[in-house]
Design a protein around this ligand. Structure first.
Ligand code: OXD
Ligand code: MN
Length: 592
């Protein structure tokens, strides 16, 4: 237990409201894990997978209506609506507490309440933040053990008075009409009720490490970002680090674990993965921007992960992994669409129904074995490319910040912003086109600044202002780039091969950071001279390279209308510097 009076008081209050049968404080030990796993298997909440083929691996299904983050039920609860901004759903804290209290009251009757002290970032690092999650879900406990550092060591660090984020979760009845994901930045608190899906209930992840942390970061002068962190090691042993933000379905996790392609092997690069989802970045005493990954695990999307797209991840998830909503095979192993191995002849699908390939629903649509958002939760240290700096208290120095999106035509393969302020504009105008796999009209542009639109815990206009202000504080500023792996030709075929070959673009980015290579100036930024991207071993002509880096002024002028429309929703709160960048870009595009 704890000597922390405020923590004890808060746990007592939650227990009084939720009325659990008993309360267990997690110590984080291996013995504790064994007991919890057994209990979860006894109740059927979790299934133990084939321990010979997948040692230490578990399987779980969520309720069919609880398979993804529910953005429409996610709220930022601040006393002033404008502080949440048009990018968030908003509720008055008083009303939010009242509504949620009704659902929480008695919700843990007949259940155990688990108290999980956890640290985002290495315990005791100046970057780290402590949270305490109260939950009635063993699944949450087992996932939090992987995704964060939990237990006694965190309580000890917290001492009698340390600050922590109060994270309260109950599955309650898993009723979608009684589901709320509430953030109270003014109270440093999160209340999540009625869901059992990871993104809604592993409160250290999106809720604390992005929504609440973005708020704290603004107050404390640092950056909490939806970014991967990776290191590129040269044969001489020097490692340069990149932080990169992409909206979903752009291959962020795969990029973080990239394997150098055949054609570049001769150069002897090695990639180190620091994180695949979240970066917390601070200016250190050397004037550079340093980043840590606050998580200690990966919560990755299964479909599409295979030995071609991500061999490192395939290696990592062979043991000690929790699989959620994938297909359960008859031999007690798992499978998902666009995964490895042959399509199984039969299995049990993510809804627990017998499944065979080619089965159709009543509308004639193919029934998938795994849900499109099925997941695996795996300790980061199992990834063959994991960086030894994962546990480093000061993280890694960032040389380049990369923004990206999925654009069929507009954005070139890569371009470099002119300076920090222009780079912030590039991030603020990030967007992706919907693919067939996503809900909504195909090709429709979804604006997602810095990939933070669903995760920025305050008014996004202020967030842009914060980025601009940070630029003034960072003496050795990383350069800011934009990439697009998804440009297509006249027939709709991808021009760029992607995957491991993306290292060729990172190589150019890092050469630019070191001032080793020239570039072509265009109205949107600097693009590579075709000869400066190493195409060795790739069947790709200079002509295609020219197409990949071409900038079409008319398309960009059309795009500018979207920028304007997007920014206008923030009204007066939008920083002038962003509008200045908009005007400057317009002028560059309009000039001959
Ligand atoms: C995630 C997401 O789960 O961005 O990482 O939705
Ligand atoms: Mn994410």
């Amino acid at each position: 237990m704890t000597k922390h009076k405020k923590l004890k008081k808060w746990v007592d209050e939650c227990a009084k409201m939720c009325q659990p049968d008993k309360i267990i404080w997690l110590n984080g030990s291996e013995e504790e894990k064994v007991i919890l796993e057994q209990q979860a298997c006894d109740t059927g909440e979790i299934i133990r997978l084939n321990q010979e083929l997948l040692p230490g691996c578990l399987y779980h299904r969520t309720a069919p209506n609880d398979v993804a983050r529910t953005e429409d039920l996610t709220f930022i609860c601040t006393s002033k609506k404008d502080d949440a901004g048009p990018n968030n759903n908003w509720m008055l804290p008083k009303e939010a507490y009242h509504r949620a209290r009704e659902i929480f009251t008695g919700s843990m009757r007949g259940r155990t309440m688990y108290v999980i002290p956890f640290s985002m970032g290495p315990v005791g690092s100046p970057f780290s933040k402590v949270g305490v999650e109260i939950t009635d879900s063993i699944y949450v406990v087992l996932n939090m053990r992987i995704m964060t550092r939990i237990g006694t060591k965190v309580l000890e660090y917290l001492g009698k008075t340390g600050a922590f984020t109060k994270c309260l979760h109950s599955k309650a009845q898993l009723d979608i009409t009684k589901r709320l994901i509430l953030h109270f930045p003014e109270d440093n608190a999160i209340w999540s009720v009625g869901s059992g899906y990871g993104g809604n209930v592993l409160l250290g992840k999106k809720c604390l490490s992005l929504r609440i942390a973005s708020h704290l970061a603004r107050q404390e002068n640092w950056l909490a970002e939806h970014m991967l962190i990776m290191g590129v090691e040269e044969p001489g042993g020097k490692i340069d680090y990149i932080a990169a933000a992409f909206p979903s379905a752009c291959g962020k996790t795969n990029l973080a674990m990239l394997i150098p392609p055949e054609g570049l092997k001769i150069k002897g690069y090695k990639i180190w993965t620091v994180g695949d989802d979240i970066a917390w970045m601070r200016v250190d005493t050397d004037g550079a921007l340093w980043a840590v990954n606050p998580e200690s695990g990966f919560f990755g999307v299964a479909p599409g992960t295979n030995s071609k797209t991500n061999p490192n991840m395939m290696e990592a998830i062979k043991k000690n992994t929790i699989y959620t909503n994938v297909l359960l095979k008859m031999d007690g192993t798992v499978w998902w669409e666009e995964g490895d191995g042959p399509v199984p002849a039969e299995g049990i699908d993510w809804m627990g129904r017998p499944w065979k390939p080619g089965m159709k629903d009543e509308k004639g649509n193919i029934i998938k074995g795994a849900h499109a958002n099925s997941r695996f939760t795996v300790p980061a240290k199992q990834c063959p490319s994991i960086s030894y700096r994962l546990e480093h208290h000061h993280g890694v120095p960032i040389s380049a910040i990369v923004f990206g999106g999925r654009r069929a035509h507009l954005a070139p393969l890569v371009y470099e912003s002119f300076n920090w302020q222009h780079g912030v504009y590039v991030g603020a105008t990030m967007a992706s086109e919907r693919t067939a796999a996503q809900f909504g009209k195909q090709g429709e542009v979804r604006r997602d600044p810095m990939a933070m639109f669903p995760f920025c815990g305050y008014n996004m206009a202020d967030y842009f202002g914060h980025w601009l202000k940070m630029g003034e504080k960072i003496e050795k500023k990383p350069k800011i780039f934009h990439v697009n792996w998804f440009r297509v030709d006249e027939e709709g075929k991808f021009l760029w091969p992607g995957y491991g070959e993306n290292l060729r673009v990172l190589e150019w980015i890092l050469s630019r950071c070191r001032g080793e290579v020239e570039a072509q100036k265009t109205p949107i930024g600097y693009v590579p001279r075709p000869q400066d991207i190493d195409l060795n071993g790739l069947n790709l002509t200079n002509k295609i390279m020219e197409k990949l880096v071409a900038v079409n002024k008319n398309e960009w002028l059309e795009e500018l209308k979207g920028h304007q429309q997007f920014f206008e929703q923030f009204g007066e709160r939008m920083p002038k510097a962003i509008w200045d960048e908009y005007e400057a870009l317009k002028q560059r595009l309009e000039s001959k």
